[in-house]
Design a protein around this ligand. Sequence first.
Ligand code: EPU
Length: 425
Amino acid sequence: MDSIVIKGGKRLEGTVKVSGAKNAALPLLASSLLAEGASTFRNVPELADIATMGKLLSSMGCGFERGTGRKSTSITVTVPPAADLEPIAPYELVKTMRASVLVLGPLVARYGKARVSLPGGCAIGARPIDQHLMGLEKLGATISLEHGYVQAKARSRRLTGARINFDVATVTGTENLIMAAALAKGTTVLENAAREPEVEDLARSLNAMGAQIEGAGTDRIEIQGVDSLQPADHDVIPDRIEAGTFLVAAAITGGDVFVEGCVPDHLEVVIEKLREAGALIEARDGGVRVRGPKRLKAVDVKTQPFPGFPTDMQAQLMVAMAVAEGSSVVTENVFENRYMHVQELSRMGANIAVDGKTAIVKGSARLSGAPVMATDLRASASLVLAGLCAEGTTTVQRVYHLDRGYQRIEKKLRALGAEIRRVKA
Ligand code: EPU
């Protein structure tokens, strides 16, 4: 297995370009199942999770092709006629990527049935899909669980619009139900819907395909079902979590970096928190410039669904707090088990005490490099950040987690002046 080796202490400087958003691209690729023919998406990042979605769509009978050369960020998914599609998501693929569950909504809507493996537990908590299933039942699907698979079947030829009130705001749950409702008969109203920019991006693409969706980006989404949709042709939004990770990288190294493609509206609270901690952040044409102070100050952070502080930035912010002046309280409200990075950061000299969903971080002047590894994507990113500001050498193992969500992070950081390289196993 590859590892990433970092010699800490370099100040980051220059421009880094953000790739397309993984969590926008995944539902968009799944949404191509809603229309026969060739859907094209541009600005799709080159990541392991995207390749997994490609394998999944291919296993069902779709074409999945990435452009080459300058078009390498585009992907075309070719969906065959309904009779030639196998609406099954096997365990082997779902177990490597929970987001595979995003094919459930489109499959039931267009093919009347689906067999999708249950994702099961994962490194960041139990992560049930009860809200996805509750919503599909309301839209007229019969759901049964057999041999570890969700078996969903539309009771009549088409799903039927309904009012669905989520108990928790779920991102992929909202996306699954928007896609299912897009082809249902009549009106669907989603209450307490997730407001993440990725949900909005999906709705934008679906509307261009001929869907009638209003209110995406708010907690009430109304969908008038239509009979059929055209294939998609869409540019994916930039990855706000990758962008946020670079903001922190610059802030903790006293750097001066322009994060090209960073959309300030997608990261308002993260930017606010970094400013409060002493970083200078300016929105510029086409991106955001960040300058780090000599040493950051401690700030408290609570994760919340969008527009709150994203859980996907909690581990990275914690690294900033681990080297900041003073003590901070970090509260993880979205997932129940998302502190796997703490033990590894402690091995690098961080002073962090976890009690339930709260972590008290006492800033220390420096971290010291060590061999570390993590079991989750964002936790791995936080270890890379820790390596950037630690004394000596840090080796981050199990890099496949990073490769699920960051496109060539070591190349991008090296271009900013970091001493970082990938060591092939
Ligand atoms: N939840 C339920 N029941 C459900 C669905 C969710 O109880 O049916 C709970 C979850 O257990 C969690 C909360 O609701 O406590 C929110 O989970 P959500 O469903 O919103 O998460 P998700 O859709 O599975 C997406 C991202 C995650 C990101 C979360 C939260 C994708 C593909 N994944 O997951 O991204 O952390 O939203 O913002 O969009 C990552 O990229 O590293 C990542 C984990």
